[in-house]
Write a protein that binds this ligand. Structure first.
Ligand SMILES: [Zn+2]
Length: 468
């Protein structure tokens, strides 16, 4: 396996003991970070010039629906209910298995291109066993690290497609339970914590379905040893006071394998339950701000003592997998919230620092996903999941503070190199081993075909049903 010697870089380790190191080397062997320090002996290793560059941990995206890649931009001006009616109820049922593959494969390439090396894929495109297999294969072929969370979503609006393509989502929850076990056995026999891609479960909407069914799905997930069980919770204007976290606590179902997404409307006692039971939280600033879910709750969770908090990019149909943007949205919206609360004239200092959001996007996300022993910081012994951000662009010149540069100035085009498990997946600003022109051609054809199949959908009638 290739050995790499990154030389003379600024290294933002996100390791509490190591901090930020200048003129620093990073040695990578057998997929792991072997050493971090100045003037390391890397004889025999391939040299990567790190001068004028920042090395930092790859971003950890704790909540994304990867399959929706073909629907980019369709929901950027829409509400959560419109998203349910259009994307989950119509476009999802227009996906073939190949579409599911492409959505996941290209979605993962987008993540890597943006410097994200780990994703929790909340995948609810299981229209058939072929869809399930294709969605997994798309992630495997990209070599991204993460957890494929098999979704139990069931279309809850009247079936409108009556053709014989066989891609209408099955409405039988038992089928999904059985198929999830099949997928686990087929692709994830080991499913150990050092595997690059692991298997998890995403129950059907926890706040919508009867609690007995939620219990059944969570118990099923544990019976087949899902690494992560992830679900939407406490969706602000949309949670109707269900308090699902409280309900699951009462049933003794909260454990450290659970990762709740959004969560802006958790009650104080629910935060206490999350802390006590060591669950993770995935905060998705773009969605919370767009879809009336309340102020992104990362700092609120931290103030309640919850340590496992990460960021996510959520819906591909509304925004790209860009963690730079999520950091900035969280940072500035939180600063705004606090400045509005400040009394007696202007504040004397900015209350939140750039480093705090970079923590949520890296080591915090690794904690939320239960992988902090393996990823989330540039620490000797951890797997080599890192990015090298060039400081040579007009926007990145000069760099006075590498953390401020990463949080406030950088974007995906500055990400020169991306490494997952010691394997280089982006180099010199280009994805490695990807025929992008061909892949893009197929993606655009897939997008066109999905929209063609959806064009006669009775959107108005479906929205009437969704609005209830
Ligand atoms: Zn979501």
């Amino acid at each position: 396996m290739a050995r790499y010697h990154i030389k003379n870089a600024m290294v933002v380790t996100m390791d509490e003991k190591l901090g930020v190191l200048y003129d620093c080397d990073v040695l990578i062997e057998e997929g792991a970070i072997k050493a971090v320090g100045s003037k390391l002996d890397g004889s025999g290793a391939e040299v990567i010039d790190g001068s004028d560059c920042i090395v930092s941990p790859g971003f950890v995206d704790t909540h994304r629906h990867m399959w929706q890649t073909q629907l980019a931009g369709l929901m950027s001006d829409h509400t959560l209910l419109e998203y349910f009616g259009h994307v989950r109820s119509v476009y999802g049922s227009c996906y073939t298995a190949r579409d599911a593959y492409l959505g996941n494969y290209v979605g993962a390439l987008q993540c890597l291109d943006n410097g994200t090396t780990f994703i929790i894929d909340h995948s609810h495109i299981m229209n058939s066993a072929n869809h399930s297999d294709s969605a997994v294969q798309g992630l495997l072929d990209s070599h991204i690290r993460g957890v494929f969370c098999y979704g139990f979503f069931i279309n809850n609006v009247p079936v409108w497609r009556e053709d014989d393509t066989g891609i209408q989502p099955p409405s039988d929850p038992d089928w999904r339970l059985a198929d999830s076990k099949r997928v686990k056995d087929k692709f994830f026999a080991k499913n150990g914590p050092s595997e690059v891609l692991r298997f998890g479960i995403a129950p059907f909407e926890l706040e919508v379905q009867p609690i007995e069914q939620a219990v059944r799905e969570i118990e099923h997930a544990r019976s087949i040893e899902a690494a992560t069980i992830t679900g939407h919770a406490a969706l602000g204007k949309h949670d109707f006071g269900v308090q699902i976290v409280e309900k699951l606590k009462q049933k003794n179902l909260l454990k450290s394998d659970m990762l709740f997404s959004h969560t802006a409307a958790l009650t104080p006692s629910e935060y206490a339950a999350v802390k006590e039971c060591d669950c993770g939280l995935a905060v998705t600033p773009d969605t919370e701000l767009q879809m009336a879910m309340g102020p992104p709750g990362a700092f609120k969770a931290r103030s309640h003592g919850v340590s496992r908090v990460g960021l996510g990019t959520d819906v591909s149909c509304s925004n790209p997998p860009d963690m730079f943007t999520q950091m900035r949205l969280l940072l500035q919206s939180e600063r705004q919230t606090r400045s509005l609360l400040h009394e007696n004239g202007p504040p004397r200092e900015v209350p939140i620092k750039c480093k705090e959001v970079l923590e949520f996007a890296t080591i915090g996300g690794a904690r939320a996903a239960g992988r902090e022993k393996y990823i989330g910081s540039i620490t000797p012994g951890k797997r080599a999941d890192l990015i090298i951000t060039s400081c040579k662009s007009t926007r990145m010149s000069p760099v006075s503070d590498p953390i401020a540069a990463l949080v406030m100035y950088a974007n995906a085009s500055d990400v020169d190199t991306v490494m997952v498990d010691g394997r280089i997946l982006k180099r010199g600003g280009e994805l490695v081993g990807v025929d992008w022109l061909e892949t893009r051609k197929e993606l655009l054809a897939s997008t066109k075909a999905i929209r063609e199949r959806a064009k006669d959908a009775p959107f108005d009638a479906i929205m009437e049903h969704v609005y209830g």
